[in-house]
Design a protein around this ligand. Structure first.
Ligand code: AMP
Length: 455
């Protein structure tokens, strides 16, 4: 067989979405839109304005803010180099050396989160000159090369908010938490549980981390390999461990609440008081630490039902110092990021998913004159907010009505040449099969008095 013939027989490749990414389809996208619309509304009532930041930024921005040694930066970012040589190094996982060799502006990464970008924008646009704090929210896709599973994707979506500048008054921490809790409440998210903690600041945390490390070294042999490694790299993360065999050991470790400096302890107590004043119910969780380096003092996490092991729908906390770390003026900051994919999953699990979208009116038409009338009727009905299906080619009424049924239409408007010449249109209610004959103005009036099912 010639090479050409072999080629001809090759089946064209069937493309599939890349592992860890997925298509969001109707009717599910209607739920995504409802969630996002509710976010716009609720965040707006708290005085937040929307910011849209780029999908990719300088790799260095993420390395510097999130921390070059974190999993997110060292293993999970999608990074591209300006030079082939550097791209190859990224592919081989030789990230560290490359970061120092590479002119930082030459490398870009898909954003794994958006807080760093928001801080970069705050500095770039001199937002410290605006009335403080500046309240910003965002929504959109983030990218992390994690192991995909239910509720964990490589392209996932976050809705987040940041309050930058002004004071670190505990009322600010409480208002940020109240914002997200109000949002979840509005969505009727079920089984919402807010956990809070304080992880101290530059003053007291390092001493606690050292104490924790010393205690962990004493029980090193009883810990799993991940925790053993973390004793060196990030002892706080050991507290995150879900390993059954480690739970007893962790329960006996020193707690940060007992080692906060006076200022941090007072701040934490005041945040709790402020939450109580707002009627926000919380649970203190001394083991709650954040995976990202820049957090300090208040940290919080919100879980919801129906999500299995990946049940965190929101993580947040205070990050005073991040703006300065990125070359801006000393600036207080606090924010959160909601995992929208998980939020949607939880809403679906509790039966909050919208029904498949139907049509209000299916126009069954036959004949040239009827087609012209049908086009006009569709235009009128759509302008009044109804969802209208207008078949592009003529079909027998029986077939058209079957089609209307399949599309879950509420009414079928039947237009034949008779109807058009008589000026009396037939409207069939598909649920009960009843029919009425109405003039054009009466029919439009009758429909307008119904609520569009598609709204
Ligand atoms: P983080 O930015 O790591 O603090 O995460 C904030 C929230 O984003 C988490 O509570 C999750 O709900 C969500 N999230 C983080 N990573 C993923 C992922 N790979 N897939 C889906 N959601 C995620």
């Amino acid at each position: 067989m010639s090479e050409g013939a072999a080629k001809k027989e090759e089946k064209p490749r069937k493309f599939q979405a890349i592992r860890g990414t997925r298509d969001l389809l109707p009717p599910e996208t209607a739920l995504w839109n409802r969630v996002e619309q509710t976010a716009h509304t609720v965040f707006g009532t708290f005085g937040f304005g929307e910011i849209r930041v780029p999908i990719f930024e300088s790799t260095d921005l993420f390395a510097r803010s999130i921390g070059a040694e974190t999993d997110v930066v060292s293993k999970e970012m999608y990074t591209f180099g300006g030079f082939a040589e550097f791209s190859a190094k990224v592919r081989e996982g030789r990230m560290e050396g490359m970061l120092s060799e590479m002119p930082p502006e030459e490398m870009i990464s898909l954003r794994p989160e958006a807080t760093a970008s928001v801080c970069r924008a705050y500095i770039e646009h001199n937002m410290q000159q605006l009335p403080q704090p500046v309240k910003l929210y965002y929504m959109g896709p983030m990218f992390r090369r994690e192991r995909p599973q239910k509720g964990r994707y490589r392209q996932f979506y976050q809705i987040g908010a940041e309050m930058l500048g002004g004071t670190d008054a505990p009322a600010i921490d409480a208002e940020v938490i109240e914002t997200v809790m109000t949002f979840f409440d509005r969505l009727e998210l079920q089984g919402v549980q807010l956990d809070i903690n304080s992880i101290g600041d530059r003053n007291c945390r390092p001493k606690y981390v050292e104490l924790l490390r010393a205690e962990l070294l004493k029980v090193k042999d009883k810990l799993g390999p991940d925790s053993q490694r973390r004793i060196e790299t990030n002892p706080l993360r050991v507290l995150d461990s879900k390993l059954e065999s480690e739970q007893g050991i962790i329960a006996a470790l020193p707690r940060i609440a007992d080692h906060l400096c006076e200022e941090c302890a007072a701040h934490y107590a005041a945040v709790k008081h402020q939450l109580e004043m707002r009627g926000v119910i919380y649970r203190e969780n001394w083991r709650l630490v954040r995976g990202l380096d820049y957090y300090m003092r208040t940290t919080f996490e919100i879980t919801a039902q129906g999500l299995g092991s990946q049940n965190a729908v929101c993580g947040g906390g205070r990050y005073d110092g991040l703006v300065e770390l990125l070359g801006g003026p000393p600036t207080k900051g606090i924010g959160f990021a909601i995992g929208e994919d998980r939020l949607i999953l939880s809403l679906q699990e509790s039966g909050k998913a919208p029904a498949p979208q139907g049509r209000d009116v299916y126009i069954a038409w036959m004949g040239e004159k009827a087609h012209a009338t049908a086009i006009r009727a569709a235009k009128d009905l759509r302008a009044a907010g109804f969802s209208v299906e207008l078949p592009p080619i003529e079909q027998k009424f029986g077939k058209a009505l079957g089609q209307a049924d399949k599309l879950n239409a509420r009414y079928a408007l039947i237009l034949g040449d008779n109807e058009v010449s008589e000026g009396l249109w037939t409207l069939k209610t598909l649920a009960d099969g009843s029919q009425q004959k109405l003039t054009e103005p009466d029919l439009l009036q009758f429909l307008r008095e119904q609520k569009p099912v598609s709204s």
